[in-house]
Design a protein around this ligand. Structure first.
Ligand code: G3P
Length: 218
């Protein structure tokens, strides 16, 4: 199972990478705006900076919604660094662009996926990654994790090579459930990754070990 961190914040990417368990980074236009990264050149420079921090796939999202625009943007993004994955929205023009990128050896991440039908289309087009949004599905009263399970099953039925990248993760339990369901990748806020470390018995057990050692050794 691959761990990606879902942020454009360089300090958080460094912190996640320093843990030694990070496989990649995903960003989106909202996350870039949150960090105050504006203007095309600054945005491109920021992606390169992320790629220089960690050696793994880095998703950079297009903002065009027509085939020619997505293609043009995607080619610029892919040219920035070997680890860039072009993130494309699940729309008709996006699926056409994913097919183009796939035919030309450019990695893609199909984003804004909320149904199994969309997942089939992206896999048929040759997407490298598929991003179903767990948290946002949950927010509408449906079950985001059920969607992950459904897509994993469909992809296994047909041997689709597209990796299921569970996105919109809101807590550590989402990560564990995704692992049970067989998601290939989880992209998480740093807090959800750090939450996996926590167990009160680890804390109290360590305290006891250290205090016993101190008593015995002075
Ligand atoms: O990058 C896509 C996704 O992870 C967004 O998550 O929390 O904005 O629903 P969220």
């Amino acid at each position: 199972m691959k761990f990606f961190v879902d942020t454009a914040n360089l300090a958080q990417i460094r912190e996640a990478n320093d843990l030694g368990i990070l496989d990649g980074v995903t960003t989106n236009p909202s996350l870039m705006a949150k960090e105050g990264i504006v203007g095309q050149q600054n945005i491109l420079d920021h992606y390169v900076e992320i790629c220089n921090i960690m050696d793994g796939d880095v998703s950079a999202e297009v903002i065009s919604t027509d085939f020619e625009g997505i293609k043009r943007e995607g080619l610029i993004l892919a040219d920035l660094h070997k680890n860039i994955v072009v993130k494309v929205p699940m729309i008709k023009e996006g699926v056409k662009a994913i097919k183009f990128f796939s035919d030309n050896g450019i990695k893609t991440n199909c984003t804004l996926v909320f149904s199994a039908g969309q997942a089939i289309l992206a896999a048929k087009a040759g997407a490298t990654y598929l991003s179903p949004f767990i948290g946002r599905v949950d927010d509408t009263g449906w079950d985001g994790l059920q969607l992950i399970g459904q897509i994993v099953e469909i992809y296994r039925n047909y041997g689709f090579q597209t990796e299921v990248l569970a996105a919109s993760i809101r807590n550590s339990n989402h990560i564990i459930k995704c692992a049970e369901l067989g998601a290939d990748v989880v992209t998480c806020p740093l807090s959800s990754i750090l939450g996996l470390f926590k167990h009160p018995l680890t804390d109290s057990g360590l305290e006891q070990f250290l205090s016993d050692h101190k008593k015995a050794n002075g």
